[in-house]
Design a protein around this ligand. Sequence first.
Ligand code: GLN
Length: 201
Amino acid sequence: MTREKNPLVGVLALQGAFREHVAALERLGAATREVRQLKDLDGIDAMVIPGGESTTMGKLLVDLGIMEPLRARIEGGMPVYGSCAGLILLCRHIEGSAQPRLGVLDATVRRNAFGRQVDSFEADLHIPELGPEPMPAVFIRAPVILSTGPGVKALARVEMDGAERAVAVREGRILATSFHPELTPDTRFHRYFLDICKGAV
Ligand code: GLN
């Protein structure tokens, strides 16, 4: 396999559910590297930012000097996928929060959007890009996207308080989900990201 067909995917491993992303990507044959310090960015072709706690992860990215170089790589075209806290870190606007972020995704996000009563839940999502079979999605203190810029495509939505809210979005090579595909055996979302990395979709 050439390098192009088998990208080296960095998985941010400061905090949160990174091991599950590594496992899902490796099941699909991708090479992975856990990113814990700045030099771990060298030579990676793509990046995954896992779920966890976005304020903690953002602070660590700044303290470790990774935030700016990672943003520059993404702005230079490196594919990135963020789930849950990872989605929050990608968004340009975070409702009511000045927390550190990459801010590369033209979207406004609301954290912990589903409230305390429904801390976590599962839903079957219809995602046309992944085929006709519904995708099982796990939401844990999940964010929703409130609004997006013109270049952002919503891949999946859920109904919330009478409004349809995006929970999976793509803007070019930036992919983000409110939910956690790494926690279910369905690997189609990770495959979709690897297809983005290969320029196949
Ligand atoms: N609520 C968390 C945050 O705001 C995200 C939750 C998650 O990643 N499972 O960072």
